[in-house]
Write a protein that binds this ligand. Sequence first.
Ligand code: ADP
Ligand code: ZN
Ligand code: ZN
Length: 679
Amino acid sequence: VDKGIALILRVALDTPLRRAFDYLPPAGDSAAEPTLAAPPLGVRVRVPFGRRQMIGVLIGIAGESEVPAAKLKAAHEILDAASVFDPVTFELLLWAADYYHHPVGEVIAAALPVALRMVRARAAANRVSAGQAAPTAAPIECRPSEVILTSEQAQVVEAIGASLGGYRAHLLHGVTGSGKTEVYLRAIAAAVARGDQALVLVPEIALTPQLVERFRRRFSGGIAVLHSALSGTERRDAWRAAQSGLAVIVIGTRSAVLCSLPRLGLIVVDEEHDASYKQQEGFRYSARDLAVLRAQRARVPIVLGSATPSLETLENAAQARYATLKLPQRPGTARAPRLHLVDLRKHASDQGLSQPAIQAIGRHLADGGQVIVFLNRRGYAPALFCNQCGWAASCAHCDARMTLHRRAGQLRCHHCGAAAPVPATCSNCRHDLNPLGQGTERVEETLARLFPSAPRARLDRDTAAGRGALEAVLQRVHRGEARILIGTQMLTKGHDFPDVSLVVILDADQGLFASDFRATERLAQTITQVAGRAGRASRPGEVLIQTEFPEHPLLVRLIRDGYEGFAASALAERRHAEWPPYSRLAMLRAEARDSLALDGFLAGAADRGRGVGESVKILGPATALMARRADHFRAHLLIEAASRAVLQRFLARWIPVVETLAGPPGLRWSIDVDPLEVD
Ligand code: ADP
Ligand code: ZN
Ligand code: ZN
């Protein structure tokens, strides 16, 4: 090596800039002694950054830099002897930064616990041992299960087991309660028996303490759990257990897909349709999609499990990119519940509860069943309204009504978090104010009045706030103390309540006429999932769906042909309208205090986009569904392309141009590739 040639370290730092930063090696290192080899990619590097220091990750080595030599600074220290990521994870992160067009430093930061990026934490506890030299874990034992697999389950376990050792994507489409979790446990046991690590992604751990419990009961140890409620050191320890190979099973929410796993042998994505797999701010990745890519690169099988697979996944299965495994029935005597529509136009109702629903609740309670009442709206009432002049309490910062929270004695904005005391009278005409519509708090009050002797539990973001609160509510239901469970979306995820025999869905209509093209898919998933909480054990289940539109084709199809029937019609509609999965989307979202200037910026961006010369459709600028939130106006452009390749070529050329456009003061914009919500 020539003495004169400098070695430049390209370091990814957690900053919003879309590039890596160049440094000279630490003083006294390879620059002075060129025989020293360059450090391996993936090591952490402590560097000066402005007036402070940061810890970043080495992502490249270059022979020269665009930074003038006099301005190049030396890194302070190389912190690791080997990459902190296994090779597949490292490649996945770089790929994701490219694909989602997100600053690589932020992508890598999402994959590395904060405790390992803190300059001050110099303790030995933060040393990261080399991923390659993964110690073999203490052998963990699987507790033989008393459950005897059904022949369908056995076939599924067999198919997954046979695919270990190579890439294969399986869609496990099993109705709620069909024993998918049991299948995961067996497939993972098979992977673990080979000495592999298994990664299990779940939507929200807090909502499914039972799942983690089942894993802990089945395996003797070696389980690491990664989710957002961990403290900094808990997260670091769990991450390190995974990265070193000591943890054999890693269960985590979406960011766990970025975790280093040197001996990865199987990936499971439970409830693969769940929207929480998509990060909705910052680095907007889809953990489900990255998991499939990761399985491909690591040459391991992946199981995407759901009772209500996303339309994207169903299309992949239809194209034979994924193998379909089905569990169409519940094991034992448990049967799928029967669904009925209740026509709200024909029946009187009491605070949102129709007469047929009230009668059914009474009947099931009398028979010793438990009842779930589902309403995806928390608080007491979604509006506080003056009958005299029509005034309604609205948020000062958003285009939205304030929600009345009666027990807390507050009006709250569910969009920006603003809170205000409840006004005594109309601020316009001094007349009395009335709560309009229902939230879970009010439904609970109504049920208390109608069924005073049935103990109730409420599950929503208000009652689940605080450590242990959620577990306490779920315990009361499991122990049978609570007979009526009222709740939001939180109820739909994965719970297994054996005594629930009736589910009442109070308002199916919210999703029927929404402008977002995925709204009906989400509604069908929610209905099917919440309905699936009924009739889990030996009690036959009944589901009542209240609607003002019982002839709506979506509802009719869903009731008549189930989720699969619905999905077939919905896919046909998507194909016709050229929505995903038959096209690919990206969104440029922007917000600013000045709405005119905001539109100007987006119009300019659209203009430049048309000059890029790729065959994409650029739709907008369009105002967001909620035009103003937290004092910012919000608008977007939607980019539609026939294929991922075209979309990616377009974005790669367009985004650097958008970055040069001047915008109004305080402008914020972001790119969302494969957005889940488009309004
Ligand atoms: P899913 O994950 O599909 O909702 P689970 O795996 O939680 O289903 O199974 C639902 C219920 O059925 C659980 O109580 C589980 O213990 C039970 N179960 C699963 N497989 C069997 C089986 N083969 N025989 C009897 N019970 C089973
Ligand atoms: Zn008034
Ligand atoms: Zn607000």
